[in-house]
Design a protein around this ligand. Sequence first.
Ligand code: GLU
Length: 507
Amino acid sequence: MSSKVRVRFAPSPTGPLHIGGVRTALYNYLFAKKHGGDFLLRIEDTDQTRFVAGAEKYIIESLAWCGISPDEGIGGEDRGNGPYRQSERKPMYRQYVDQLLADEKAYIAFDTADELDAMRQLAKDAGAANWQYNYITRGNMKNSLTLPKEEVEAKIAAGEPYVVRIKLPRNHEVRFEDTIRGWVSVNTNNMDDKVLFKSDGMPTYHLANIVDDRLMGITHVIRGEEWLPSAPLHVMLYEAFGWECPIFAHLPLLLKPDGPGKLSKRDGDRLGFPVFPIDWHNEETGETASGYREFGFFPGAFINMLALLGWNPGTEQEIFDLQGLIEAFDLSKVSKSGAKFDFEKGKWFNQLYLRALNEDQLAAELKKELDKEGLAYNEAHLGKIATMMSERATFPQDLLTEGQFLFSAPTEYDEKTASKKWTADSAGMMQDLALRFSALDDFTEEHIEASFKAYLEEKELGFGKVGPSFRLAVTGKGMGPSMFTICEVLGKDEVLARIEKAIAVLG
Ligand code: GLU
């Protein structure tokens, strides 16, 4: 095994990539970068029946959005280990199957799907819940262990479909050490002689995965816990080939926020959050699913949130950029138990990332939102507005929705504030204010504030008597950022027009 760390993310293009998959890719990437190794992207598309058009493109785009770029493979370089799509590697696998057959580590089986179903039913009727094709049952099946050699050859020559199965030894303890879970031990008596090669001439996931990991020089297999049950079989395959096993690390599941079980799309729909990195649209079925990117998440916040689901740095630190994660990441600090998904925590990260932006960056975010809505704006004010609104925002779109009144005059007035705060004196007070404002040459925050305060003083009015109606008249709302900043941004004419309109509407 080469000493350089080489890891791979090996998704199957069967649909959009769940955030659990993104986390697997992220941990692989962090581990590779931490150890100066290579991160490969390989597409495992041997199961043609589950292939979904567009899924590969989706995976690449999702990883790119997260800043996870493969060194080698799909979306990375071809360093002589390609192709990196298993369907394109089809001719490579046959020789490995032949090797196993020649070494009697595998055998050919002709049983049809109906025959297998019949066996399962028989077993069920006899009270055996889990029928397996194994060292006991294979002696009663139609395979190269039970049929004469000539008959096997004749069947193959006649084009009869067949599969190749691994020939697991009886009563053998398969043991391996998983970096996260410790020692794992399974007896072959409880395992199935899994199919390695299918009648369509394609390898199954198990065979292709092992052969490719070997040919691509993979040193560490870091993948989701759902693959743990397959790991003993993979260990047996490495043994059958006489190859050294890579190091395994099976990552804990992402769990529902509110109960047991794996986080699913249904949980996201039910609780109102995405479980995919970016929006997904399946042209063929019309299936759509929402993503974190379109929800308004910054990739940094998304990655930060994901990284801490199942891993902790061993310190109190929670905010990490990608480089910080690379430096801090350690597989030995990945927990065994599942990580409860917490969308509120994700929002908290996004809010922190948003607030960490400087005025220009905030202005750029707001500009994108305004352009999306086709709203007109004065470029000079964007920085000020965005900074002002960022105090109340979690997502870039909040910069606009929370401050919509800065771009268009209110068409309605907050009812609660109107009924409580807009009194018989309000119209008069607003008229007074308008008069004072119209006399201001320099309509800036400081001058507006000074003028407003002088008015209160002169009339011996408390802020609570005038402030809320003033805000209501200009913004239509009961709460918000500083009115003086708002007025400066809106400009004198607009403020006066809004006051006039409010008096007309509210009376
Ligand atoms: N193709 C498998 C998947 O879709 C890869 C499992 C592995 O990493 O071995 O997750």
